[in-house]
Write a protein that binds this ligand. Sequence first.
Ligand SMILES: [Zn+2]
Length: 556
Amino acid sequence: MRKTKLVAISTLALLSLMTSCSNEKKISNDGNEDLSSFHPDSLAQHIKDLSSDEFQGRKPFTEGETKTIKYLESHFTSLGLEPGNGVSYFQEVPMVRITTAAEKEMVVKSNSGTMNLKGFEDYVIWTDKTDSNISLKDVEVVFAGYGVVAPEYHWDDYEGLDVKGKVVLVLVNDPGFNAGDAGLFKGKTMTYYGRWTYKFEEAARQGAIGCLIIHETNAASYGFQVVQNNWNASRLRLDDRNSKKKEPHCNVIGWVSNAAAKKLLNAAGVSHDVITRADKPGFRGQSLGLKISTSMRVKAEYNVSNNVIAKITGSKKPDEVIIYTAHWDHLGIGKPDAKGDSIYNGALDNASATAGLLELAKAFKRAKHKPERTIIFLAVTAEEQGLWGSAYYAKNPIYPLKKTLANINMDGLNNYGKTHDIIVVGQGQSELEDYLERELTKVNRVITYETRPEAGSYYRSDHFNFAKVGVPALYTSSGIEVLGEDDDYGKKIKEQYNTRDYHRPSDEFNSNWRLDGAIDDLQLLYKVGQRLAVAKKWPVWKPGSEFKAIRDESLH
Ligand SMILES: [Zn+2]
């Protein structure tokens, strides 16, 4: 009985292995014919259109949005794709713009007396709340180390601390970064726990009413002046008035400068080495015995933007989906540059990958074999102001996350020619990297990795919102080993873009762009998706990924 059963199972396994092999073989042969759908001219035309002055820099809520989303809808329609949201190609994303006007000072009371910290110079605060007035009155301050609760690293900075109704003071990045210990968290590589957004979220979950992060240039990867740009600025977030699961928000969030943090520790009579001790396992935070007071006025304006979504229904497993994403939005019309140009065209960022999404849609639609699983093309809004379009989708998924195999995100394509490599952002996160590597090897190309993983780039584009809800997510960046050019050419071109054009009116389309490398990269991402569409096993997060537990929990 037992034996027969075993034989039966192995025959079955063999059969299914055979079918999967033959499917995979079919893909690798015919798949290459499908690649001819990709063309640099059509890619260029879409980039040119989307980044033209007529689209006004594609800012959410503007005429530029209306033009952009209509453009995408009409192209998805003419390519023969189905609408991705019932009968509609749109998913409305309700948002609120919060503008704060903070009081100029913060009063700090301690046993040794009273002192004032100066807004902008010593600290920058804002709020995610929409109440018209926010005030802190003699609120206790607690130092909570890194403000991290990370079960997979056996780390809980809030253990034994009472922070309800208090303000927590926390360090930027994670313990591994400062300890320089590769065995602690991910060493120099920033984990999700190092991100400032995480610290605010965790503090609110712990019941704190305020969270202030101590700035440190190396650990943050940018100077305090970048933080200061946020002083009394306005920012977007999702409008959660109608959502069932409301996330808690602190009343006051923000940063204090390193110098101001030292003033706070001095006032509390606490030695500065509390900061270096915080990266030692077993460290416990403490109340600083300080009481702070300050206030701010708040203006909340509600508005609705749109994600654009289209699909190709799978032939065998239509309820299982693979989602390609690219953000369609950019910065709109703003401060003019030296030439008087005020339109932030965002040609590379991110008309290029939005155009890439249309090329991918065309290739999947024209493919000889219909994908077995459903392929979704999702152009998300409001990336530039906080990854909100993708955050909304992840909270309000049109296709269940449990049935979503993977997200493949693109933000900025290669415009400088064919490369030997492609950069994977977030080394070792998921098996999607192995899928990519397999396809790269076939075309004699290689993976390289981001040079500054401590900057936490994996947590800075739309795929991150999929990762946060457990969906394995792949994010690549253009390679730097440019064929036929000097070794440092690719790096130079990238640096030049970052210093000269990134988030400036000069990020414009140019007919000299060399898009053959972008076509190579799109074809690779296409082949990864094609492979996922027939894969026997779903891709998983690798051990050590901070998203593995979330996925395991959501699938069981
Ligand atoms: Zn972008």
